[in-house]
Design a protein around this ligand. Sequence first.
Ligand SMILES: [Zn+2]
Length: 372
Amino acid sequence: MVPDALSIAARRRLIEAMPKAELHLHLDGSVRVDTALELARTRDVDAPRDWAEMYDALVAPERCADQAELLRAFDLPIALMQDAEALERIAFELVRAKAADNVRYVEIRWGPLLHIAGGLSLEDGIASVSAGARAAARGGQEVRLICTALRSHDPADNAALAEVAAGFRDRGLTGFDLAGPEEAYPDPLLHRQAFGIARDAGLHITVHAGEWGGAAQVRRALEVEPERIAHGPCAIDDDALCGELIDRGIPLDLCPTSNVQAGVVPSLAHHPLARLHRTGVQVTLSTDDTTVSDISLSEEYAHAVDSIGLTLPELWSIDRGALEAAFADESAVARLRQEFDDWAAGVPELGTSPTSVRYAPGGESGKRGASA
Ligand SMILES: [Zn+2]
């Protein structure tokens, strides 16, 4: 196995071709710039009217002071997403964009309570996102939805949200999440009633944790007995916590670029993704937000190799492992498993093929031969 002998260009193309699974992706952080321009114009929302200014408004700085500053990047897209047509369109476009990046399984999450200021009902809002996502999925691509409650919202409102969300299980909504400003609202147990309703209805539970407050916040999130944790990279600082995550089989759905933007880690090179994986904690790799972080999943995967130091077999193991953590029914996962494994069997660099690599093309220069 000589994966490191692959040129950077070859590795990027391999990652693009790789069937991928993304478990941590926010709808409101993934609005296309051109769509935002059109919505701002047609809905008469106070927002930039040209591309460059809209880009700057939607994409967060590479480094914010903290999570609270990063969250301000969501104010504008949320203002643009207050009617059924906008929600359906944005969900449709996001699923199509993911399909073009060979993301074969994607879970999309959003906070339905953030999209009712214009009079839309919770039911109609959720139905719109579901309709857009389901219309866009094609060629065996699987999409599931996660309803996100906000830490800053009234616990009774989140409980009511969980009741409504539970009615959409037959339309692809399979998970319930908590997100939002962690420093101002550090205690997830305030929303235990909402989690209880969601769990009793058969929704899978996940919680955002550790974008502020370090490993202690990840430990705190475990009190709501989630099946997965969104973020939580700082678990690496607490050996006992890592052991508990391993013992309980709770994966961390990591988003390194977003973590750098939120100031959770100083740089990609410092991100503990590889160390957590090698410790035995299950991790998955996602973008968090396609637009706010201005990144595709293939680009995030490439950074994980180029900047964080994962090997290609490790990257593949993380990608393939995400299917085992998916909030999806076994028949869908089984079909995806087969598709992923069939593809990987033909790519010796991933370390899954019985055949060995005979020679290593190129070098680190990324240049191809003159005859190519
Ligand atoms: Zn997130």
